[in-house]
Ligand binder design. Structure first.
Ligand code: GLU
Length: 510
């Protein structure tokens, strides 16, 4: 690792990782690997009231599943340990003190009631933004409005306080976002955000900026929802004297509902019947459980490819990218500005593509596991026939078994509604005769089976439609399925003959 590129994924462990968070992590990973840089996982857990047990472990496992584990983290260690913000409180206090000493931040002693009363007053006066800012701060209880002696006394008495940043009201704050271009915000629209809470822990803003600086972060690649906070961060860099080394910002587009109407939420995913979390999640507070993409049968390489294209475009029509190809072609410049519509059918398509690329041994193992579970003897030839037969029809490895199990288990029931319409004595005789003729074939294959059927039908002056539905139901139980001649070849001569004989008996009795 010899470049100066250092990026971080900085989730708050407040629940399962949303698919959007996983995409943010992926883009950071791809950028780091491309630039021979470092990808860091930092846990932003300063809001202790929102911590959810198990969430950090979940995030770590999800990154590992996708194959994008960080180079530095609490688990892996690194030169900037600790990587969990709750373990870094003393560091933030030191910088809050620096800002206080330099008059760029101030103590505020207002109680919750006093803050409410201020907002109420402003509301009544029809002020649109009821903010704690350069106008309102003068009438509140803080170290800018109170005499110094009073401030000292309050602190000495242990009266709780927060530290607020002093926003310059007459300045424009600007920075160039790598995806969005210049972003400009006027200081008069920002409020004096709390940077250190009364317990001594920082808020997200201070901790985030201090850590990005101390950890040598070169690029902040994060979701669009953090764009409104960016001007405050830019100001903090300036106030702390770090403007020169400020990281570049890249705010990623939102992931939208399939119809493009607003941000994709867990509720939408539940309603539309697809996962939104990478792995199964059981919420320790509500007890609610959600199925993950992994458990739904999505392959990590398919998920990675799908997420990479959800907001980034390679500049050509290519869609299938291995992780190495993504590392080579990824670029922040080709990230789209507008939201990216979530299309579950596309995710499924990717899964299908990657499933087809699996080696015969891997696919064979899936079927063998089921056969062992059902106590059915392993027959290699039949298994490889089954794989060939259904491989192109399936999106998930579980489908491999679901779609091919009829080859290993004779039908236990038949679609009698169709049989009732299609079955008659002539069909019964025809199938009996057809099946008897198998022994006269020089070889038993889908080609010879097809030719024989054609010949017999011609003799009877019948079309394929007269017997095919009944033959299919006799062999598989259902009216639809993969190529029937191939199915008969895989079943083998005696199995096919016995299934036909059993079905004829059954259909004749209705
Ligand atoms: N802790 C923030 C989050 O939960 C991080 C935002 C950032 O990357 O700066 O997403």
């Amino acid at each position: 690792m010899n470049s100066n590129v250092r990026v971080r994924f900085a989730p708050s462990p407040t629940g399962a990782l949303h698919i959007g968070g996983l995409r943010t992590a992926l883009y950071n990973y791809l950028y780091a690997k491309q630039k021979d840089g470092v990808f860091i996982l930092r846990i932003e857990d300063t809001d202790q009231s929102r911590l959810v047990p198990g969430a950090e472990a979940y995030i770590v496992e999800a990154l590992e599943w996708l194959g994008i584990a960080p180079d530095e983290s609490s688990q892996r260690g690194g030169p900037h340990t600790p990587y969990r913000q709750s373990e870094r409180a003393a560091i933030y206090q030191q910088y809050a003190q620096q800002l206080l000493d330099e008059g760029k931040a101030y103590y505020a002693f207002d109680t919750a009631e006093e803050l409410d009363a201020m907002r109420q007053r402003l509301k009544e006066a029809k002020v649109a933004n009821q903010q704690y800012n350069s106008v309102t701060r003068v009438s509140m209880r803080n170290s800018l409005s109170l005499p110094e002696s009073e401030v000292k006394k309050l602190i000495a008495e242990g009266v709780p306080y927060v530290v607020r940043i002093k926003i310059p009201p007459k300045e424009e704050i600007r920075f160039e976002d790598l995806i969005r271009g210049w972003v400009k915000v006027h200081g008069s629209t920002l409020d004096d955000k709390v940077i250190l809470k009364s317990g001594g822990l920082p808020t997200y803003h201070l901790a985030n900026v201090v850590d990005d600086h101390l950890m040598g972060i070169s690029h902040v690649i994060r979701g669009e929802e953090w764009l409104p906070s960016a001007p405050l961060h830019v100001l903090l860099y300036r106030y702390l004297g770090w403007s020169e080394e400020m990281p570049a910002f890249a705010h990623l587009p939102l992931i939208l509902k399939p119809d493009g109407n607003g941000k994709l939420s867990k509720r939408d995913a539940d309603r539309l019947g697809f996962p939104i979390f990478p792995l199964n999640w059981s919420d320790p507070k509500s007890g609610e459980t959600s199925e993950g993409f992994r458990e739904r049968g999505y392959l990590p390489e398919a998920m990675l490819n799908f997420l990479a294209l959800l907001g980034w475009n390679p500049g050509n029509d290519s869609e299938l990218f291995s992780v190495n190809e993504l590392v080579a072609s990824f670029s922040l410049e080709r990230i789209v500005k507008s939201g990216a519509k979530f299309d579950i059918a596309k995710a499924q398509w990717f899964n299908q593509q990657y499933l087809r690329q699996k080696s015969p041994e891997e696919l064979q193992a899936v079927i063998e596991e089921h056969l062992a579970g059902a106590g059915i003897p392993i027959n290699d030839q039949k298994i490889s026939g089954a794989i060939n037969l259904v491989k192109d029809r399936i999106s998930f490895s579980e489908d491999l078994w679901n779609e091919s199990k009829f080859l290993f288990l004779p039908p236990s029931e038949y679609d009698m509604a169709v049989i009732q319409k299609k079955w008659d004595q002539e069909t019964a005789l025809f199938l009996e005769n057809y099946s008897e003729k198998f022994s006269s074939l020089e070889s038993y294959s889908k080609e010879t089976l097809h030719d024989l059927l054609k010949e017999q039908l011609e003799k009877a002056a019948w079309g394929f439609g007269k017997v095919m539905p009944a033959l299919r139901i006799a062999l598989t139980g259902v009216a639809k399925g993969p190529d029937l001649m191939e199915t008969m070849e895989i079943l083998g001569q005696s199995e096919t003959q016995s299934r036909i004989a059993v079905a004829i008996k059954k259909f004749n009795s209705i």
